[in-house]
Write a protein that binds this ligand. Structure first.
Ligand code: SF4
Ligand code: MG
Length: 336
């Protein structure tokens, strides 16, 4: 496919009073036009910092210290804040976990969608209102002609998330970044919102970057997945590669902790990965996952693994894939 976004060797740090927290330590990936990419990892893995870096919305003391963020071939890192304001909410839109932080309680939902439309498209107020109604209908809000005049508090949680998506899409962005968009919602609504995102991607050909801690969430929407840990990409592959042929112990750990949308009773079978992410104030010298990895070898503590390509577009950063490493299928049948 044709590349819409290409991130090359991105590094982002937070310069705190106790020192430099290396949140993103050299991350490269791309999103094709019309493609949905999933970025998965636990909190602290660097996935949100990656999206905030792409949006150039990092707050002090966060700073991009290296790399390139090419959007349609132009480096966003080199853009002025004024140029970025034109790109945000126009070419790139973002939706967050909690729509109440993005929806203003004192304006009607319709007014807020209209504001986004009028700001970026030269439409009259009447046409903007028509478009707002059309967007609410598109995201599956019933009686949109009535709903357009209501306030956020008159909407349920799931409806507010739909309204957020309507607002984010009203400017017809080329890229939609969704950071944990369904985490606060119950399982049924979550499934509906994901179905909606999939639908919109197909209808509008919007590229999507879907960020979540839950591998189960990306399975149905995304064609490719990036697994992040300790500010680095541990594994990247097609959704099938990640689910059926995982090549990184961290991916395997995440897979074991995936709750199934259909399987509410079986939650007790989930196995969380013991331990916690590394302290990026003093990142480990070797593999960031070594302290929690059941396969860790001496070399893992000492040297950062390089990427091994299992095939084109499927790579994993793990010493187990080194030709001299002990064969994992001899150690454990789970990884082979
Ligand atoms: Fe585990 Fe070593 Fe692979 Fe890291 S490099 S994931 S510690 S086996
Ligand atoms: Mg986050």
């Amino acid at each position: 496919g044709e590349k819409l976004l290409e991130v090359k060797n991105l590094r982002t740090s937070f310069f705190t009073h106790v020192g430099e927290v290396k949140a993103i330590r050299g991350v490269s990936f791309h999103v094709d036009k019309g493609e949905a990419l999933g970025i998965v990892g636990e909190s602290g893995s660097g996935k949100s910092v990656t999206s905030m870096s792409v949006m150039r919305l990092l707050q002090h003391p966060g700073k991009i210290i290296g790399g390139e963020i090419l959007f349609n071939g132009e480096d966003l890192i080199k853009k002025s804040e004024k140029d970025m304001q034109g790109i945000r909410g126009n070419d790139i839109s973002m939706i967050f976990q909690d729509p109440m932080t993005s929806l203003n309680p004192v304006y009607t939902v319709g007014d807020q969608i209209m504001e986004a439309i009028i700001k970026h498209q030269k439409l009259s107020k009447a046409d903007a209102k028509k478009k707002a109604i059309e967007m609410l209908r598109l995201v599956g809000i019933p009686s949109p002609e009535k709903r357009v005049n209501q306030y956020p508090h008159e909407f349920s949680g799931g409806m507010r998330q739909r309204a957020m998506i309507a607002m984010a899409l009203s400017c017809e962005p080329q890229l939609l970044i969704a950071d944990e968009p369904t985490t606060a919602l119950d399982v049924t609504i979550q499934a509906q919102i994901l179905e909606l995102m999939k639908d919109l991607k197909n209808k509008l050909n919007t590229s999507i970057m879907l960020i979540t801690h839950d591998l189960g969430v990306v399975a149905d929407v995304c064609s490719r997945i990036i697994v992040m840990y300790g500010g680095l990409i541990m594994e990247e592959g097609s959704t099938d590669d990640i689910f059926y042929n995982p090549k990184h112990p961290y991916t395997l750990g995440l897979l074991k902790s995936v709750p199934k949308l259909t399987d509410k009773e079986n939650k007790e079978k989930l196995i969380p990965i013991p331990g916690s992410p590394p302290d990026l104030l003093k990142p480990p010298k070797g593999c960031p996952f070594a302290a929690r990895c059941e396969y860790a070898m001496k070399v893992c503590m000492e040297k950062m693994p390089e990427y091994t390509y299992i095939k084109e577009n499927h790579r994993s950063m793990c010493w187990l894939l080194h030709p001299d490493a002990p064969r994992v299928d001899e150690i454990n049948g789970n990884l082979k």
